[in-house]
Design a protein around this ligand. Structure first.
Ligand code: URA
Length: 434
């Protein structure tokens, strides 16, 4: 087989065969085709697209390009959840324990944050002592005992995706729907769960900025997962404003604890209950969404979900007393309060700009090598739709230095607009697919 022929076929809008895709992914993984030919192919795919069969083939081959997790030592239905990334999205810390408390097995690999979006690994690592790199046998043992373990993504998972993603990043081909679907779903297939729930974010803080794009991506990923033999469903959810009250690693752990105690932000609680219910249904542990929702609510009300989080944190070496008393979690020493310049309604609080402000505070990284300040971030005292009076505190910023707080304040203010009219509320759950 020749790379030139594959390139020519795709340039003309042809459909690549299973054999061609298999050859291609092997060649990418082994490094036997030059980057300029791979880059040209990515651009051809960007313009000509891929058929559903090609997308499934690409996904499977990328999944098989590295280690495939074997979760068979864990009895029961293993369900994974994936969010396409957002600002203040701490749902894995909440939904995992709720679903596990309802009998779902969660053996999860998560990623680190990059750019304006956060990552579950960084949030969990803000808990002193917690280890995200656990030997396989111990990982199985923790899931079997507590119902859940969350570890960092293994370096040998989907090497073909690493190579292709790095080239997409520098060739302006990241936002191709089949390439995004194959990239996300290959890692989910390799992570080994029987079923997958996708939370496709829509809005200013998300990859997908329009509803038709988000629906197309969600359908493509759901079809790809189902064709690959994994029960898959998706929710499209709003990411036009930050999710919940906190952005930043330890601050988000505090907020996760509040939600698990049943005392947190209503909108975030609603999303977490919906996602938990989706996972419970996919696991076959409830017939209907309503039944699953009531199980999820019960897991919070009885404190079982909070206990599952504490058990998981202790099993992974973390200090779970920080969850009992969240005042023991790191908090950066410099604080700055942002107040409303005028009275009115918060008409917009742009999620992406808030994520960038959190990054300025030290809560996120611009490049993979950057160090994170776990105690840095933003505590929102109001959000889109809130009525505020002039001088009322809107947010509290935390960082390691006053300079960082001042720079972040500028960014935060650029995210904010206050109007006289109350803005129209956008639904949190925009669409359900699958
Ligand atoms: N997340 C991924 O893992 N891959 C993409 O292509 C986009 C988002």
């Amino acid at each position: 087989m020749r790379m030139y022929d594959i390139l020519h076929k795709k340039r003309e809008g042809g459909e690549l065969s299973t054999e061609e895709i298999s050859w291609l992914v092997r060649a990418v993984t082994e490094g036997s085709v030059p980057d300029y030919q791979i880059s040209a192919l990515l651009m051809a795919i960007y313009f000509k697209g891929m058929t559903p069969d090609e997308t499934v083939d690409l996904t499977w081959e990328m999944a098989r390009s590295g280690d495939m997790a074997d979760l068979s030592p864990i009895p029961g239905a293993k369900v994974d959840k994936h969010s396409t990334g957002g600002v203040g999205d701490k749902t894995s810390l909440i939904v995992g324990p709720i679903a596990a408390a309802c009998g779902v097995k969660i053996a999860k690999m998560s990623g680190r944050g990059l750019g304006h979006t956060g990552g579950t690994v960084d949030k969990l690592e803000s808990i002193p002592g917690l280890c995200m790199d656990i030997p396989r046998e111990r990982f199985y043992e923790i899931v079997n005992r507590t119902g859940i373990a969350i570890v960092g993504q293994s370096g040998s998972l989907c090497p073909a995706d690493k190579k292709l993603y790095a080239l997409r990043d520098v060739t302006a081909t990241v936002d191709s729907l089949p390439l995004i679907a194959a990239s996300i779903m290959s890692k989910k297939l390799a992570a080994g769960a029987d079923a997958i729930l996708l939370d496709v974010k829509l809005g200013s803080g998300a990859f997908m900025k329009t509803l038709p794009e988000a629906v197309e991506l969600a359908k493509l990923m759901v079809d790809t997962g189902n064709k690959a033999g994994r029960r898959t469903a998706a929710l499209i959810t709003d990411m036009d404003m930050p999710l919940g009250r906190c952005i930043g690693n330890a601050l988000e752990v505090r907020e996760a604890v509040e939600i698990l105690h049943g005392t947190g932000d209503k909108r975030l609680t609603e999303l977490c209950l919906e996602l938990s219910a989706g996972m419970i249904v996919l696991a076959g542990l409830a017939e209907t969404r309503e039944d699953a929702l009531s199980k999820a609510r019960e897991a919070i009300r009885t404190g079982r979900a909070f206990k599952v989080l504490c058990d998981m944190v202790s099993a992974q070496g973390g200090d779970s007393s920080c969850l009992e008393d969240t005042g023991k979690l790191p908090l950066s020493p410099c604080g700055l309060t942002v107040t409303a310049a005028e009275s009115g309604y918060i008409a917009a609080l742009d999620a992406e700009a808030c994520g960038l402000a959190a990054m300025e505070l030290g809560a996120g990284r611009e490049s993979k090598e950057d160090e994170i300040d776990y105690g840095a971030g933003i505590e929102l005292l109001a959000n889109k739709g809130s009525k505020v009076e002039q001088g009322q505190p809107i947010a509290r910023l935390y960082a390691g230095s006053e300079g960082r707080c001042e720079r972040a304040k500028e960014r935060f203010l650029s995210a904010l607009s206050i109007e006289k009219e109350e803005p129209e509320a956008r639904p949190l759950i925009i669409e359900r697919i699958g």
